[in-house]
Design a protein around this ligand. Structure first.
Ligand code: ADP
Length: 657
């Protein structure tokens, strides 16, 4: 989610440029189409490829026809091409399927190990159109279906790299297969909480008797060490909306801790240095991704019980599933759409989204994608078509049905509230564990936190150039620096917080106004205020360990992970009572010493200051009780176990066999 915001800024700069690019893209998209039509007539391309393909094609195609074809591809193909292309279909199918085959043989293995090959293929895709012509005949027999099948057959697939499959315990619930579809996943690419969830939840579901496959874009910005571990799984070509083109879809696979990660490859869409670039580019990108993810499941003949998609980038999946793919194998899976942040919805004008999706006219109505008469809203469509909707806390599930938090979808959400529920996020105990965390100066657990946490505080003060004194109250803030996070409240009261016994450490990037204000305070309160305007995972861990309290005064917060990380590291959260913050932080009770942190309700700087002052009072005058809360927070179960169980229950509700 963060990325979206950061991106939004960058985008603003390049929007105009992009608009132009987008038009160019559209143009280029159309051109290929034209060339495709022309290509069939040509025989040259074929000649070129022929050599490599000659021998194999024959083998590949035949098997394909016999085995899989019928089931997998056919449906998928039927759905899409059927409506739009049908007439032209005859010619196209041939083009699509065959080209894929021909090219593969040669590229296959190289692609398996290196990332570059993929790019070449994508490029090849554009030129291939010509080749298809040659093989039109064989393909013709099995219209669209052939494309996928043939490809499948042709790609017996290299053996994936398998790392440490966990031992399978005894399960108390039946097995279910789940395909996670989303735009980011730690450690491959992460800009916010979504990346954490896409990493941790599948791993926990595996432990709870689920067969999980995570489908992600193969962004060029994924670190090379992960690209190197991916193994070529296959490729095929796919129609996309009204582009008139057949797009390359490569599948690169990596199996890790029992979870299968399938990366959808097409460098035409995923070559930017950041996953999110701006709506002009992101809309086509995620239209392609959503459709390609479903087509890939058909292609791999891995049809899950549940398709679990996340946020607007994958929100079209249920829409595609119930329209263009409804007669294909994946069309029968149940769908769950999780809202991680309702603010981001993927809104663009209807003609553009229709162009990139080819979705039938009936989905562009006010009950589904249409919004405000002229625009299409991808998330809104997904909410209408998904079998179940979840969001990441109970309170947020309720809040988003109100005008204050509904981001203009409150009516739509109320209408679909019968299928909406909240399931709070957890944190991954492997990633967040003060007893083993390699980033910390000193590791600790609940038995020695009271002695060792101060050592981490001193190390943090030294690292950041603050006055080294374990007696100071260190207030941490780790956040995207955006309007959502309540930073205007913080900025308004910093002078009143700085009393000589309090230090503030900020870690984050985002809106310039916040970055500059925090830099100003660092200069104004030398040795007592540190503004780390950066994204630094390792430093974040050290702040969780070294701070005494962590501020999360958000305007709205679907779930929030920083308060969970903080509690697990014995750092008391100071939060606004909204969304997941309200569900996970019980207010400290001065009368009986209960609770986990300090809270305030209305979005008001005075109330935030009051909460901070209550924390200071406890810290400086009642350390015994403070220490009890520290230990209680560390003992609190904020793991994924319980939350994953609720997701599993939801899956079982949808598949009661
Ligand atoms: P959101 O998804 O809205 O950004 P969350 O609280 O759900 O907020 O998730 C934020 C995650 O990103 C946490 O794991 C937090 O530690 C991490 N994070 C946020 N900002 C930074 C930063 N500047 N450097 C390192 N990690 C950060």
């Amino acid at each position: 989610m963060k990325g979206r915001v950061v991106v939004a800024q960058k985008k603003a700069q390049s929007t105009q440029k992009k608009t132009a690019e987008a038009k160019g893209a559209s143009t280029s998209a159309k051109k290929p189409a034209e060339s495709v039509k022309a290509a069939p007539v040509k025989s040259e391309p074929v000649t070129k490829t022929e050599p490599a393909a000659k021998a194999e094609p024959a083998k590949k195609t035949e098997p394909a026809a016999k085995a899989e074809p019928a089931k997998k591809t056919e449906p998928a193909a039927k759905a899409e091409p059927a409506e739009k292309v049908e007439p032209a279909k005859k010619a196209e199918p041939a083009e699509k399927v065959e080209p894929a085959k021909k090219a593969k043989p040669a590229a296959k293995k190289p692609a398996a190990k290196k990332t570059k090959p993929a790019a070449k293929k994508a490029v090849a895709e554009e030129t291939k159109p010509a080749e298809p012509a040659a093989e039109a005949a064989p393909v013709a027999e099995q219209p669209a279906a052939p494309a996928a099948e043939t490809v499948a057959a042709a790609e017996p697939v290299a053996e994936p790299v398998v790392e440490a499959a966990p031992a399978q315990p005894q399960y108390d619930t039946p097995r279910r297969s789940v395909a996670f579809i989303g735009s980011e996943c730690h450690p491959f690419v992460k800009t916010g909480g979504l990346g954490d969830v896409m990493y941790a939840l599948p791993r926990e579901l595996v432990k709870q008797n689920c067969d999980v496959r995570v489908i992600l874009p193969r962004y060029a910005c994924i670190p090379q060490k992960y690209q190197d571990k991916m193994v070529y799984r296959g490729e095929f070509y796919m129609d996309l909306g009204e582009t008139g083109r057949s797009y390359y879809v490569g599948i690169m696979e990596y199996i890790w801790d029992g979870v299968v990660y399938d990366f959808i490859d097409n460098q035409e869409f995923f070559s930017a240095g950041n996953p999110y670039v701006g709506l002009v580019e992101d809309i086509p990108k995620y239209c392609f991704f959503s459709k390609a993810a479903l087509a890939a499941l058909n292609y791999m003949n891995w049809i899950p019980d549940i398709i679990h998609c996340h946020d607007w980038q994958a929100a079209l999946v249920p829409v595609f599933q119930k329209t263009l793919f409804k007669d294909s194998p994946v069309g029968h899976a149940k769908s769950v759409l999780t809202i991680h942040n309702l603010r981001f919805q993927g809104i663009y004008n209807i003609p553009t989204i229709r162009y990139w999706t080819g979705l039938p006219a009936e989905v562009f109505n006010m009950g589904a994608l249409q919004q405000a008469w002229r625009d299409a809203n991808m998330l809104k469509g997904g909410l209408a078509y998904a079998d179940r909707i979840t969001t990441v806390s109970n309170t947020y599930a309720w809040e988003i049905q109100t005008p204050e938090y509904g981001e203009k979808l409150e009516d739509h959400l109320r209408y679909h509230s019968y299928k909406l529920r909240g399931i709070v996020n957890g944190i991954d105990y492997g990633m967040w564990n003060p007893a083993t965390d390699p980033a910390l100066a000193v590791n600790y657990d609940i038995t020695n936190v009271l002695e060792r946490k101060p050592q981490n505080k001193l190390a943090l003060q030294k690292e950041l150039g603050l006055v080294e004194d374990e007696g100071k109250l260190v207030v941490g803030l780790i956040s995207r620096l955006t309007n959502q996070k309540g930073l205007d409240l913080v900025n308004a009261i910093v002078p009143q917080i700085m009393d000589g016994n309090t230090q503030v450490v900020v870690l984050g990037t985002g809106d310039k106004e916040y970055e500059d204000t925090f830099r100003y305070y660092e200069n104004a309160y030398k040795g007592m205020f540190s503004a780390c305007i950066q994204y630094d995972e390792s430093r974040a861990h050290r702040i969780y360990a070294g701070a005494d309290v962590l501020l999360v005064p958000s305007r709205f917060e679907p779930c929030g992970l920083t308060q969970l990380n903080a509690m697990h590291y014995g750092t008391l959260p100071i939060v606004r009572e909204t969304g997941g913050l309200k569900d996970t932080v019980e207010p400290y009770n001065v009368f009986n010493g209960g609770g986990n942190g300090f809270t305030f309700d209305r979005y008001d700087a005075g109330l935030l200051l009051d909460a901070i002052n209550r924390a200071k009072t406890e810290y400086f005058t009642s350390r015994y009780h403070w220490d009890e809360v520290v230990q209680r927070d560390m003992a609190k179960d904020v793991s994924w176990t319980n939350s994953a169980r609720q997701y599993k229950d939801l899956y079982l509700e949808l598949t009661p066999w």
